[in-house]
Ligand binder design. Sequence first.
Ligand code: ZN
Length: 469
Amino acid sequence: MVALAESSSYQPWREDRSRYSFLNTNGRAKRILIHGATFVITVDAADKLRVLTRQSIYIVNGIIKEVFPMNKKSIPTNNIDLIYDASKRGGIVLTPGFINAHAHPPMYMLRSSMTLDKGDIIDQVKKMAELEAKMNEQDFFLGAVGDFTEEQKNGITTILSHYATFDPIERAAKLTKQNVINAVSAVSNSHPGNNLAMVEKILKNRKKYFSTPAIAIHYLHKASRAELKKIKMLIKKYNVLFTLHVAESEEWVGESVKKFGSRTIEAMADLGLASHNTVISHGIYLSDQEIKLIKKYKIGVVHLPTSNKLHKSGVFPYPKFVKLKMNNLVCLGTDSVISKNSLDLLSEALQVRIMHMDRHKVLYEDLFKMMTSQAAKILKLGKVGKIAPGYRADLAFWKLKDRGFLPYNEKKPISLIGNMITHGGRNIRDLMINGEFIISSRIHNLINESELLVELQKAHTKLRGRIEK
Ligand SMILES: [Zn+2]
């Protein structure tokens, strides 16, 4: 279908674009030199934000080997397969690929069911669920490809997918070469047939997949005590992440109290589900006691301000996290196109600032970490989310000559980050995932976007047809 080609056949096509020079055309470029990036924005070993100037980066087999000032050193050309010139025409700003900690990729197929013009959000969501119930495996797959490629164009190189189907997401991750944590719902709203035996089977085979399996449930109160006990066992046995929506509304907190006799995080602690393997999304209605438990157990929290505003859910207590020095447990997510304008994190970072502006100023440095190194830590990604030796070569290439960056204060290049978050939200120029260029000169190397959009439109119309019958 929408797949373009294998890496070998898109190589000559990339060669036409002037920043790429191939020195070795036998097969895949495994040794890449990014020459002279005008700026490199990254978090350093001491977790401080840095803006480095005129840096070259040497990558071998998907891992960053060296980062060095472009004039201080050179790599022998016989050790290079491909040079990317990041210095010319105003140059390139390089950031780590961003990390999205909460998404529902197949729902990309449902974009038009979220119209903010007329009607009530509750009715909209109800209508959306009717459509979702009619989606088939191909719809889930196409939707996920649509989601992943849009996220890639926005500089996102890792996604935690929270959804009820595993295979379509696995296939979409493989096709787009996206890093995906594939958290499959053991207890699902849309797929009542899902169960823990199914999830365990996936976990047992976890090494065989392209994506990284994890466990999800929609909400705590939707699962039985027996199921939750089994989940606790599976998390331990397979050392995997566990994710769920928590306290998005007062009503859901009430459901937890009704079923378990305590609020969500308290119940999770009692059930042995509070740990650093757990990642909760939303977390709006949390008591002070629950916030302390999150700190104690180092539970990861995904903040989703745009979704919270659009669904009138409420305000995440970020200032309390700062006061208790536990904001290092917070990262960002997009949710689906039913809950956000576009699948990018820069606009989400801006929403964080706006949401909390009257009580707390969230620094650009903190926002940048939430999108990169901090998210990598929370999702246990290992050496990901920084531009430094030993780290995975997941890199986003942004053109400096862009209204999202210029003009900036040359004496304080850190002002580039403020510009990027406040005025950015644009598409990247190139994208590298695991040391491979997935997007070159704004064009996807693996997916024919034009065909993809036509296929999505056709499938969407068919889906609407199924509901009208
Ligand atoms: Zn969600």
